[in-house]
Write a protein that binds this ligand. Structure first.
Ligand code: AKG
Ligand code: FE2
Length: 230
């Protein structure tokens, strides 16, 4: 716990795989596999608010997970999990008030698939890794901590020049916590293999006190706004 707390504080990223037992991870993974099979929607987009970075992926949105899943909604709300996350974050980790960002499944499975550079609208993300290719095929996470998202002028290249980019290797069974509002991050494009995760988004107290706009996430996770192909 202490190691995770220090990692999150210093680099905006902490592996927290120890927070969930194997049987919980397996139940989450089984539900994710069933949902991506039946409810996955392909997206291929880019966003001005994040400097034109691409999103090439398949997703299952919150509303489909909530309607057809049971394990994931229960894990998301689990009081002990949030208490442990709050200890690591040194502040309350709160349920996201904007439901589409509470949880989203993302699968990358074609060459060039990526969740491109972005910040999230809310302070914390817990990402459960169900499948991930070896690093030589991409799929690892990169981040630039201690950065600020100006939606009107994100200046991604300036962030890369001003600060080092960190890279993190992941494999199936890993769970990580990220400070996603002040950590620019992406998933390195895949060349082969398959990567499957669920991202659970949580809010800080400060998030609840300010008004947050949802341009990129509305377009990504909203059926109406999204450009969808089979
Ligand atoms: O796939 C990952 O590891 C990160 C996902 C992510 O950044 C997001 O869903 O906002
Ligand atoms: Fe993100």
């Amino acid at each position: 716990m202490e190691r995770a707390r220090l990692d999150l504080l210093s680099g905006g990223f902490a592996k927290v795989s120890f927070l969930a037992p194997e049987d919980t991870k397996n139940a989450v993974a089984d539900e994710i596999e069933a949902l991506i099979d039946t409810r996955g929607v392909r997206r291929d987009m880019s966003f001005e608010e994040t400097g034109g970075s691409p999103r090439r992926m398949r997703n299952v949105r919150h509303q489909d997970i909530r309607a057809h899943g049971s394990v994931i909604p229960a894990v998301y709300q689990h009081a002990h999990l949030r208490a442990a996350l709050s200890r690591i974050a040194d502040e309350p980790v709160l349920e996201c008030p904007y439901e589409p960002e509470q949880y989203v499944i993302t699968e990358l499975r074609q060459s060039g698939d990526t969740h491109g550079w972005h910040w999230d609208d809310y302070a914390f993300a817990v990402v459960w890794v169900v499948a991930c290719p070896p690093v030589e095929h991409g799929g690892f996470v990169q981040s630039v901590p201690r950065t600020h998202w100006n939606k009107a002028d994100p200046q991604l290249h300036r962030q890369f020049i001003d600060r080092p980019i960190h890279s993190y290797e992941l494999s199936a069974g890993d769970v990580y916590l990220m400070r996603t509002d002040t950590t620019l991050h992406r998933v390195y494009p895949l060349t082969q293999g398959r990567r499957l995760i669920i991202n659970m988004g949580y809010a800080s107290r400060a998030d609840l006190a300010r008004s947050i706009s949802h341009e990129t996430m509305d377009t990504l996770w909203d059926a109406d706004g999204a450009q969808q192909t089979a």
